[in-house]
Ligand binder design. Sequence first.
Ligand SMILES: C[S@@+](CC[C@H](N)C(=O)[O-])C[C@H]1O[C@@H](n2cnc3c(N)ncnc32)[C@H](O)[C@@H]1O
Length: 243
Amino acid sequence: MSETHFGFQQVEEAQKSRRVRGVFDSVASKYDLMNDLMSMGMHRAWKAYAVAVANVREGDRVLDIAGGTGDLARAFAKRVGPQGCVVHTDINEAMLRRGRERLEDEGLIVPSLLADAQVLPFGDAVFDVVSVAFGLRNMTRKEAALAEMARVLKPGGRLLVLEFSKVAAPLAPAYDWYSFNVLPRLGQWIAGDAKSYRYLAESIRMHPDQATLKSMMKAAGFAHVDVHDLGAGVVALHSGIRC
Ligand SMILES: C[S@@+](CC[C@H](N)C(=O)[O-])C[C@H]1O[C@@H](n2cnc3c(N)ncnc32)[C@H](O)[C@@H]1O
């Protein structure tokens, strides 16, 4: 069995999937509140930016991967109109359930499906747009997930990867202090779980930086990969067109 990282720890691949599941089982009920507190509401602007770049049109078919509590699926569902379709997916039942409830509360009928991004249960060339927000970092086999995203997109379709990335060097000390001191305490206080938020800080440091992710997307079959740094690189949006 090959090894990978879970935050700063070296673990077996199967153990990483189990532990990532444990993180999201634990934080699901407080996930949205924690997102607002940790990012001081900025995650809303980052997601709105991703939705604007996606340029989804009426009638489009959109797949949101690692969709969690449904922020992107909700925004896309309002744009595709009655002829289009958005599919909201996640590997974690607790996160998916919360997303489904939120979408239903807003009167949006969006299919919600339990799915592992590394083996997507869809045919080839089905979607016009595929999105993954703050999900890729948690996947064990990122190359396999990107290859699956390419496979299910129509040629000319667009992939959007919104993810934490490499912050600009002058901000790194302050950002590190915030990540390793404030986040776990906030996690303990609000969600009763410091460990999951320490994992969040560690997993961000282990995630490929902007240039590396761009090369990975190109290797998976995407052309014209644009990188948009948001918040001085705290987050980056990678947008690629399926060749
Ligand atoms: C930080 S949450 C992001 C949720 C949502 N996209 C957002 O931006 O608020 C990360 C999500 O990735 C999901 N995830 C982790 N590994 C996955 C995989 N292999 N396939 C699909 N989803 C996965 C987790 O279950 C979790 O819901």
